[in-house]
Unconditional design. Structure first.
Length: 179
């Protein structure tokens, strides 16, 4: 289930049990029901299975300067595609090998298939005559906060994610000066 702040900003995803506990404890409200129309039954209460829930109180989230580099986040950034040949990528490759002074950073890591990663080994792209179609970079956007929370890209969440991104952009442009 997608968990939204009171401002409809996506916070994270939660399991069904946690979502129902938040709704029954009146800490959250159901914004969108599961498209299957499944119901949860208890002795005294009946609840429609939620897909998106919204907290009733605002939770302040400290803004991170950078998205942390994890294997899951890198694979999702590159859409599980090898940066060199376009096949399914299952390994991480350092564009400038660490043995040659390359860093373990967003700007130096790409997803790669095992064959390309093995063939490249600890050589530079220029030595092989290879090029990258897109330069690797740090992912940007509020939705990257969901990556570490098992984001499954549920199409029902798309409207809320789009709305929150638009709200965030508007707030950033129209922020009142600090006095």
């Amino acid at each position: 289930m997608l968990l939204l702040n009171v401002t409809y900003e996506p916070l994270t995803t939660v399991g069904l049990r946690r979502a129902v506990c938040l709704v029954l404890g009146e800490k959250a409200e159901i914004v969108h029901h599961d498209s299957g129309g499944r119901m949860l039954h208890a002795a005294t209460v009946q609840v429609v299975t939620p897909s998106v829930i919204r907290l009733r109180r605002y939770i302040r989230i400290p803004q991170r300067n950078r998205v942390p580099l994890t294997r899951a986040a890198l694979m999702r950034r590159d859409n599980y595609r090898c940066a060199y040949c376009g096949r399914h990528g299952e390994t991480i490759d350092h564009v400038i090998p660490r043995s040659r002074g390359g860093t373990h950073a967003w700007e130096n890591c790409v997803a790669a298939c095992q064959m390309c990663n093995h063939r490249k080994a600890d050589r530079l792209l220029s030595e092989l005559g290879w090029t990258l179609p897109v330069a690797p970079g740090v992912p940007k956007g509020a939705h990257w906060r969901l990556i570490g929370a098992e984001f499954d890209g549920d199409p029902q969440w798309e409207a809320y994610l789009r709305t929150s991104a638009a709200l965030f952009a508007w707030r950033t442009r129209h922020r009142a000066p600090v006095r």
